[in-house]
Design a protein around this ligand. Structure first.
Ligand SMILES: [Fe+2]
Ligand SMILES: [Fe+2]
Length: 395
């Protein structure tokens, strides 16, 4: 009952927030910001945003296909009244709006004032182009990558508990967008999006909107790397909760888990061809991806320190084995050990070029044989307990 109430509260908050955004914009189109009526609307909207940013690093609003989505909550009830406005937002390439912690009323008002004339006359206007990072350090605007908004048939995913299938598609599409047009650097907007996905996974696991069953038992053998990233983030976050990792660290760990295979997304020159050289190239890439991913992530501004560490260490073993090869045994970060377990499990459960997906039991047996070698014995034990607990959960 409490969870239902929480969901209803979140939904009401998202609706109010969206109405506050549109109301402020409409009021500004009638009166200047100094007008008492407009001032009141702006203050109220800012208070809503600011309240949310006290507990969250960012607030994300999407405007796609005539629908508003606030913090992963689809506000279908607003589609009829906001349809035309959302269409105009899309015309000026405002499909995703992220408001970041640190936003002040003055920056918010300047953003709305910039947005307003473009919405009134959208022909050829481009909001992301009109905004400089220096002038709007806490407002990120972007387009949603077209390839990322897939409309996959639900049949392509395994049968999952109600609602979870849609959640998985939506989250996977967001991961796809993080890595869309990836050429070896991760811009700030993509990092912010990845942070939002990791935060959503955490929130959804807590509220059981994303049941662990989906990532443990009903793992689809789809080899897709974005789905893998999503699974590893969910499993790592859940396992970290089991071993009582402190919450702020949990968020960094979730982000690190989501980005752990960043090195595999870096395009290699021969990848487009089906030659022996391309196969060798791909094999080499597998060996190189932890260091390459860490290097890429280290050059990303604002990235938490733990994220490149996880990328670098996730294929290193508890007993000092694994890769990248080390001159001396390295003391692995707890987060890397946790992500390493989640990563191995999910790799075993998906089809890969050299392996057919294993069943849950086969995967666990395989991992058991490597307890104390590849995997930390106590952490693996906790992982097994977490898996077992799912078997008793009849939902
Ligand atoms: Fe990897
Ligand atoms: Fe991986």
């Amino acid at each position: 009952m409490g969870e239902q109430e929480d969901k209803a509260k979140l939904r009401a908050f998202c609706v109010d927030l969206c109405k506050g955004f549109v109301g402020s914009l409409r009021s500004l189109s009638l009166y200047p910001p100094e007008h008492p009526e407009t001032g009141k609307k702006l203050q109220e909207f800012f208070a809503q945003v600011n309240g949310h940013l006290t507990d969250h690093k960012g607030l994300t609003m999407l405007f796609v296909d005539g629908e508003a989505v606030v913090e992963n909550t689809r506000l279908t009830e607003l589609s009829a009244s906001l349809g035309k406005l959302i269409q105009r937002f899309e015309e000026i390439r405002l499909q995703r709006l992220i408001l970041k912690r640190g936003l002040m009323l003055e920056e918010l008002v300047r953003f709305l004032q910039l947005l307003l004339p473009l919405v009134k006359n959208p022909s050829g206007a481009d909001l992301p182009l009109a905004m400089s990072r220096e002038s709007f350090p806490h407002v990120l605007v972007s387009q949603v990558h077209l390839d990322a908004v897939s409309h996959d048939s639900l049949d392509n995913l395994s049968i999952t508990p109600q609602g979870a299938d849609r959640t998985m598609i939506s989250l996977r599409d967001q991961v796809k967008e993080v890595f869309a047009d990836f050429h070896g650097t991760l811009p700030e907007i993509k990092l912010a999006l990845a942070g939002e996905v990791a935060a959503s996974i955490h929130r959804m696991l807590m509220s059981e909107e994303l049941p662990l069953k989906v990532v443990i038992y009903r793992r689809n053998p789809d080899p897709d790397l974005c789905l893998h990233a999503l699974h590893v983030a969910a499993l790592s976050t859940a396992l970290a909760q089991q071993v009582k990792v402190h919450t702020p660290l949990l968020q960094e760990l979730g982000l690190g888990a989501l980005l752990h295979d960043t090195g595999l997304f870096v395009p290699s020159p021969a990848a487009a061809t089906l030659t022996a050289a391309a196969t060798l190239d791909e094999k080499q890439k597998q060996w190189d991806h932890p260091a390459l991913g860490a290097k890429t992530l280290l050059s990303t501004q604002g990235i938490p320190d733990l994220v490149p560490v996880i990328a670098y260490e996730h294929h290193l073993h508890y007993d000092g084995g694994g890769y990248p090869q080390q001159k001396q045994r390295r003391q692995l970060n707890l987060a890397s050990l946790l992500v390493g377990i989640a990563d191995s499990y999910d790799n075993l459960r998906r089809h890969r070029p050299d392996q057919t997906a294993l069943s849950l039991t086969e995967a666990l047996n395989w991992m058991d044989c490597r307890q104390g070698k590849e995997f930390h014995p106590l952490l693996l034990k906790r992982f097994r307990a977490m898996v077992k607990a799912q078997a008793h959960d009849k939902r």
